[in-house]
Design a protein around this ligand. Structure first.
Ligand code: UD1
Ligand code: CA
Length: 462
């Protein structure tokens, strides 16, 4: 939108969260609240997005990565009005309008902001603000109207009389201001209130007293405008967004056995004909390819899975890639950039760390493959372990295509097993094995006939 900028306040500590971390960085379905507000703002295509930072300023700024924004520092957090004052240098001399938002309203939609700005422009008011009517208005600023129905002022919960507290119409904190009249009003703010803060909400009364017009735009959906002050509200917002995400996925062809118990972060992609069982958690930048199944108790983070993959129960998969048609688990752990090819099998109690498995390879039971590069169609027997750490450094194990590693073998890295080579069960391999060779590295078995009977005769002696 032309001549429109958006300011998001994100400097507060969020005392009611009882947290060492800035409130706006608390994630909702895997995405920090501030980023969700930013997305809504960006959808309006304003000239500029200004973010007021203060508490954990460096972290908040860093979290925005390369999202375009101008950051303004509010060194001491003296209230929401004070936060906008901190942006004065960025606003001075500008014409046009400024939408002001709080960084703690993660369900806000871009369409709502467009509607707000559109109404503001139509009416020509100095300020237009959204209002809404929750069942329980506790904690919000109440909208006081004049006899003629126009908005007179906003009174904060803590400053309100019992009568005012019974008003259900509240201030959700989405305003569109004409920049020049906002700056004039900010100069008149005072901190004479129960919290000793400069309230942005006082701008309304100041403008009305100056004879300016303030418009209210009632918004039906209070839930969208929910402000997060406590962990309980955080959970409530997350639950709603999660259900919405799950409904979208189901509409796009994903089966969920129990959508109320399936935890999919907002930025996760799931293709059609995927089945997600209860108590599955998909996090970060994960994608699940068409026709895959993820069974109960799995957590998959920042990983690409499928298509046609079966992840059996209780797997933990992070930062990894699993190729088409492979089977993983139950009880497998894949981490740190592991890459499993197509048609592989990674079975129960197998751990992969920075391991690459070529197409068609199998590690079906109880194995640890760390810093390993495994070729195609390799068979890793039960209990095989790469000894990748010597107490100082990590070393690589390289296994050629078609090799067979017998059960309970240890491969002491750095070591290379040639293409098609065999390692006999129970071997401790410390030297490279040439292609096509059989390596046996274990004590030779000795059988002593009649030994047990003789031992009984001597009563255990000799
Ligand atoms: C505010 C409104 C209240 C409204 C409610 C809607 C004021 C005075 N009150 O109250 O009318 O009903 O939001 O959710 O505006 N922040 C700063 N710097 C500060 C203080 C706050 O950047 O000095 C930021 C916070 O990081 C937060 C946002 O402003 O993102 C809102 O602050 P918060 O303390 O949550 O305001 P509420 O008490 O909820
Ligand atoms: Ca709030």
């Amino acid at each position: 939108m032309k001549d429109l900028s958006i300011l998001i306040m994100a400097a507060g500590k969020g005392t009611r969260m009882v947290s060492d971390h800035a409130k706006v960085l608390h994630p909702v379905c895997g995405v920090p609240m501030l980023h969700l507000v930013y997305r809504a703002a960006a959808a309006v295509e304003p000239n500029e997005i200004i973010i007021v930072i203060g508490q954990d300023a460096d972290l908040v700024r860093a979290s925005m990565e390369d999202r375009p924004a101008r950051f303004v520092l509010q060194e001491r957090q003296l209230g929401t009005g004070h936060a906008v004052m901190a942006a004065r240098p960025a606003l001075e001399g500008r014409s046009g309008d400024l939408v002001v938002l709080y960084g703690d309203t993660p369900r806000l939609k871009g369409a709502t902001l467009r509607k707000l700005a559109g109404r503001h422009r139509e009416s020509g008011a100095a300020t237009t603000l959204l209002t809404t009517r929750p069942e329980n208005p506790f904690g919000y600023g109440r909208i006081l109207r004049d006899a003629d129905g126009s908005v007179a002022r906003i009174v904060e919960e803590r400053d309100a009389t019992p009568d005012q507290r019974s008003i259900r119409e509240i201030n959700p904190g989405c305003y569109c201001f004409r920049i020049d009249s906002l700056l004039t009003a900010l100069d008149r703010l005072s901190d004479h209130n129960s919290q000793g803060e400069y309230y942005l909400t006082d701008v309304i009364a100041i403008q009305r007293d100056a004879g300016l017009r303030v418009e209210a735009l009632p918004h039906e959906d209070f839930d969208e405008l929910l402000g997060i002050n406590t962990r309980a509200e955080l959970a409530e917002a997350a639950r709603a967004l999660r259900l919405q995400k799950n409904l979208e996925l189901m509409a796009a062809g994903v089966t969920m056995i129990d959508p109320e118990r399936t935890y999919v972060d907002l930025d996760v992609a799931v293709d059609k004909d995927v089945t997600l069982h209860p108590m599955v958690t998909l996090q970060g930048r994960t994608s699940i390819g068409e026709g895959s199944t993820v069974r109960s108790g799995c957590r998959i983070a920042d990983s690409q899975v499928g298509p046609g993959v079966e992840v059996c129960d209780c797997c933990v998969i992070a930062g990894s890639i699993i190729g088409s048609g492979s089977t993983v688990g139950p009880f497998a752990r894949l981490r740190d950039g592991s890459r499993v090819g197509s048609r592989c099998r990674v079975g129960n109690f197998v751990e992969l760390k920075k391991a690459v498995l070529g197409d068609g390879s199998k590690a079906a039971h109880h194995a640890y493959l760390g810093d390993a590069e495994v070729g195609r169609n390799v068979n890793i027997g039960a209990g095989v372990i790469t000894c990748n750490y010597d107490g100082f450094r990590k070393h690589a194990t390289i296994i050629g295509d078609g090799a067979f590693i017998g059960t309970d073998s240890q491969l002491v890295a750095p070591v290379r097993i040639g293409e098609g080579a065999y390692v006999a069960a129970g071997s401790c391999i410390t030297q490279d094995v040439p292609p096509g060779a059989l390596a046996i590295a274990r004590g030779r078995q000795v059988n002593k006939p009649g030994w047990v009977a003789r031992r009984k005769e001597t009563g255990g002696g000799g």
